[in-house]
Design a protein around this ligand. Structure first.
Ligand code: TMP
Ligand code: ZN
Length: 415
């Protein structure tokens, strides 16, 4: 049975995976809420045979995962600047935008600018504008003199900003894939850009998700799983086109995509090669998705038996990084506090809370450092290099990290 696609509205969306009941991935719980009933939804993903957009089928309302503070303003748990590696990534990104596109107009707008991690790298701070719906995060950016509008991006907001001055570059990282009204968003971007303006968006890349068996990239906040093929069908609706794309290692494999009004920039060889690869992988047919499902089912079985065997041997198993991805792995593999003692996480906000669905307690890294765990499941596997470097003591005393993908395994370590 096919259902209606949220992008092209045709009845050509085919469900290929259904995880059953799943909590919102970032709805961490307080101790006093553990006995209350928890919100869940059926997490399922489909592929559209007409516009090729891979998408979440059932959507979760924003208020299930973005929790307002006492004053009613929206707060969010994750501050980008807590990762050194991400700081460097964004500084390089800003440098590229500055040297490649800003001749004649230096105005840059970032949608989902977080605490200003990228915008602070632009030389001319007077010409940058952040849009960040989380009030507490926007405040941090403002303190660093980065003008920030604490609101959701929309066509209406874009018009207001464009009235003053249009932007040469609109940037979003890890945001576009969260946008429910994708048409309103693209219309807004189009109106905000000047004639030579570029929209650069960087999001987890569908081919990486499939190749790495990274089913944990699927969660309520990730509505779209982009390929260049699907985006190539979306932007022409608004007289825009993709002219370049560049793979990035962040977030477990992302694609940086460059879009402008038609016939403004020459299409890169790199883009053509990526599109050719997508064709070879038959990304525009249901086949690779069905194969992915088979692989992750086998992956789950292997992962659970690896962990359970260690548990039976009396090993102490903990985990590292209360990432949204971890929520999916815990619930899909049915691993709770009876198996995993805790999750260590450096985010102050998350410490003392419990993971959605499985209710594993989140503790500070100090607890982990003063402990004698044998194995730590690395839910934040996308930060593996930074974490291995940081956790030398754990590794030197014989502790080991376990990852669930692409194949469940213990990460090798040699001094
Ligand atoms: P992310 O995959 O969405 O970036 O989330 C990663 C989580 O892992 C986030 O809650 C912060 C946490 N974390 C640590 O606890 N220690 C670290 O060294 C890093 C890089 C992340
Ligand atoms: Zn469609």
């Amino acid at each position: 049975m096919k259902i209606e696609c949220k992008v092209c509205n045709r009845k050509t969306l085919e469900e290929f995976i259904n995880f059953g009941d799943m909590p919102a991935a970032n709805a961490f719980l307080k101790n006093e809420d553990l006995d209350k009933s928890e919100y869940t939804y059926k997490m399922a993903v489909g592929f559209c045979h007409s516009c090729y957009m891979t998408q979440l089928i059932n959507l979760v309302p924003y208020d299930k995962y973005i929790i307002p503070d006492e004053t009613g303003k929206t707060n969010y748990a994750f501050f980008s600047s807590t990762s050194k590696f991400m700081e460097k990534h964004f500084a390089k990104f800003a440098e590229e935008v500055e040297s490649r596109f800003l001749e004649g107009n230096k105005k840059v707008v970032e949608i989902g600018s977080n605490d200003g991690i990228m915008l602070k790298s632009f030389e001319d701070r007077k010409n940058v504008l952040g849009i960040e719906p989380s009030y507490n995060v926007a405040q941090i950016a403002r303190k660093q003199s980065i003008e920030t509008i604490a609101d959701f991006f929309s066509q209406d907001l874009a018009r207001k900003i464009a009235k003053e001055k249009k932007a040469r570059a609109v940037i979003s990282t890890n945001v576009f894939l969260n946008i429910i009204d994708i048409h309103d968003f693209v219309k807004g971007v189009q109106e905000l850009l000047d004639e030579k303006g570029v929209f650069i968006t960087e999001d987890p890349y569908l081919l990486d998700i499939l190749e790495k068996n990274s089913y944990d990239q699927i969660y309520d906040e990730h509505i779209w799983y982009f390929s260049l093929s699907s985006l190539s069908k979306l932007f022409p609706i608004y007289d825009m086109e993709i002219f370049d794309a560049k793979k990035q290692e962040v977030h477990g494999g992302s694609m940086r995509v460059y879009i402008a009004r038609k016939n403004n920039y020459e299409k890169s060889e790199r883009l053509k090669n990526y599109l050719e690869k997508e064709k070879q992988k038959e990304i525009n047919t249901i086949k690779p998705y069905l194969e992915f499902v088979k692989r992750i089912e086998a992956n789950k079985e292997k992962f659970v038996s690896l962990i359970i065997n260690f548990k039976k041997q009396g090993k102490k198993i903990v985990s590292y990084g209360a990432a949204s991805k971890g929520t999916i792995v815990q619930n899909y593999c049915n691993l709770g506090p009876e198996i995993i003692d805790y999750v260590s996480d450096s985010t102050l906000y998350k410490q003392g809370l419990y993971t959605p669905g499985k209710h594993i307690p989140i503790v500070s890294p100090e607890v982990f450092h003063n402990d004698n765990a044998d194995y730590a499941i690395l839910f934040a596997w996308n930060h593996v290099e930074e974490i291995m470097e940081k956790e030398q003591e754990f590794l030197k005393r014989g502790g080991r990290f376990i990852v669930h993908l692409p194949e469940p395994r213990i990460l090798e370590y040699s001094e």
